[in-house]
Design a protein around this ligand. Structure first.
Ligand code: NAD
Ligand code: MG
Length: 357
C-alpha cells in the first residue's frame, strides 16, 4: 500500500493506492455516521458498486447508489442536474458524502456536483481507470462540458480522500489502459528522468497488471501531480507543464472527432510532435526524442498523427488553447528527459515541419 498526502493546508487529503482497497473499511472511516451516495455509471457499477456498498454500509448512516449513463457525452449540466434532483428528492443535507466510482467522467461531474450541492459537501474519489488514477482524481479540477466547449463549466474542489484500488484495472479495456499510460509517461518526461527509466524497465510488468509495479507507478504519478498542484493549485505557473503533448493532442482530438481518438492516444502523438519541435529548436537531442517515441510505442500508443490533418487544421484548434496569451501560442516542450518548459514564439515554419513532415 502506498500513501501520498496532497498538501493544501486545511484542505489537505490522502491518496491511498493498493489492492483490495474497495473492500477495506479502514480507508473509508471518514464516512462514519454520514449519509453516502455512491455515484457511478452503467459500466462500472455492475462490476464494483456491490463491493463498495458492502464496505461502506456498516460505517455510514445509509448508502444509496445513483447510476448515470456511461460516456463523455453525458458529462453535462443535465447529468449534474440529475444528481441535484436525486439529492433533493432524497432529502440529503450538508452531511452527505458523494463517492465518485468510475473514470474521469464520473469523477469530474460528481466532483462538480459535490462543489455545488448546498455550496459544497463531502466528496471521495474512487477512480477506476488508469487515467483517473494518475491524473483526473488528483488536483481538484471538476467540470462538465458545455455544447460550446469541453470542461467549460466547473470549479476547483478538492476531495476529502482518493482511494485507488488497482484491482479495478483488471476489467479495464486494453485501449483505455494504454491511453492512461500516455499520461504516466508524460510525468517521467516533464519532471522525472529516473521514473522514465524505471518505466522503460517495467513497462511489460505494468501491462501485465503486476500489482506492485502498478502501485509504484501510480504512486509516483500522484506524487508528481500532488507536488505540482501544491505549488500551483490554480495553474498560474508550473502546473502548465502537465499539458505536455496536450496542445497538439487537443487539436487531434477536436479535428478527428472526440472519442475516435482517445485523449491519451492524442496526447501520445502530440508528445512526439512536441519532442520533434524541441529537437528542431535545439532544445533536446534526437536520441532523447527517440527514447520518448519508443517508450510510447512499447506502451501500444499511436506516435504518428493523422495524415489527414494539415497545418491550418492544427492552428485553428491550437489558438483556442488555454495557454494562448495575447494571441500568442505557448507550447510545453521537453528540454531533455525529465525536464520541460513553456515556450512561446515557436516559428510557424518549425511547426509546419513537425505537422506536415
Ligand atoms: P471515462 O471516465 O469515460 O472512462 C473510460 C471508459 O472506461 C468508460 O466507458 C468507463 O465507464 C469505463 N470504465 C471505467 N472504469 C472501468 C473499469 N475499471 N473497468 C471497465 N471499464 C471501466 O474516461 P477517462 O479516460 O477515465 O476520463 C476522461 C475524462 O477525464 C474526460 O472527461 C476528461 O476531461 C477528464 N479529465 C479530467 C482531469 C481533471 O484534472 N479533472 C484530468 C484529465 C482528464
Ligand atoms: Mg490529459
Amino acid at each position: 500500500m502506498e500513501r501520498i498526502t496532497v498538501s493544501l493546508g486545511e484542505r489537505s487529503y490522502d491518496i491511498s493506492i493498493g489492492t483490495g482497497l474497495l473492500s477495506d473499511p479502514d480507508y473509508f472511516t471518514s464516512v462514519t455516521g454520514r449519509r453516502v451516495v455512491i455515484v457511478s455509471n452503467d459500466t462500472v457499477a455492475p462490476l464494483y458498486a456491490d463491493t463498495l456498498q458492502a464496505t461502506l454500509s456498516p460505517l455510514a448512516k445509509d448508502v444509496a447508489l445513483l447510476n448515470l449513463p456511461d460516456g463523455e457525452q453525458y458529462k453535462t449540466l443535465d447529468t449534474f442536474n440529475q444528481i441535484m434532483t436525486f439529492l433533493l428528492e432524497g432529502s440529503y443535507g450538508r452531511d452527505v458524502v458523494l463517492v465518485a466510482l468510475g473514470g474521469g467522467v464520473i469523477g469530474d461531474v460528481v466532483g462538480f456536483a459535490a462543489a455545488c450541492f448546498q455550496r459544497g459537501v463531502g466528496f471521495i474519489q474512487v477512480p477506476t481507470t488508469l487515467l483517473a488514477q494518475v491524473d483526473s482524481s488528483v488536483g481538484g479540477k471538476t467540470a462538465v462540458n458545455h455544447p460550446l466547449g469541453k470542461n467549460m463549466v466547473g470549479a476547483f474542489y478538492q476531495p476529502q480522500a482518493v482511494i485507488i484500488d488497482t484491482d479495478c484495472l483488471k476489467s479495464l479495456p486494453a485501449r483505455e489502459f494504454a491511453a492512461g499510460m500516455a499520461e504516466v509517461i508524460k510525468y517521467g518526461i516533464i519532471v522525472d528522468q529516473d521514473f522514465f527509466q524505471w518505466l522503460e524497465q517495467h513497462l511489460d510488468q505494468l501491462r501485465a497488471l503486476d500489482a506492485k509495479a502498478l502501485s509504484q507507478a501510480i504512486a509516483r504519478c500522484c506524487q508528481i501531480k500532488a507536488d505540482v498542484v501544491a505549488a500551483d493549485e490554480k495553474e498560474s505557473g508550473v502546473r502548465a507543464l502537465l499539458n505536455l503533448g496536450h496542445t497538439f493532442g487537443h487539436a487531434i482530438e477536436a479535428e478527428m472527432g472526440y472519442g475516435n481518438w482517445l485523449h491519451g492516444e492524442a496526447v501520445a502523438a502530440g508528445t512526439v510532435q512536441a519532442a520533434q519541435t524541441a529537437c528542431l529548436l535545439g532544445l533536446m537531442t534526437s536520441a532523447e526524442a527517440e527514447k520518448i517515441r519508443s517508450l510510447l510505442v512499447q506502451a501500444d500508443l499511436p506516435v504518428v498523427a493523422p495524415e489527414t490533418m494539415n497545418f491550418d487544421h492544427y492552428i485553428k484548434h491550437m489558438m483556442r488553447d488555454k495557454k494562448v496569451l495575447s494571441g500568442k501560442l505557448r507550447l510545453v516542450l521537453p528540454t531533455g528527459i525529465g525536464r520541460a518548459e513553456v515556450v512561446s514564439d515557436v516559428p510557424n515554419d518549425i511547426l509546419r515541419q513537425v505537422i506536415e513532415p
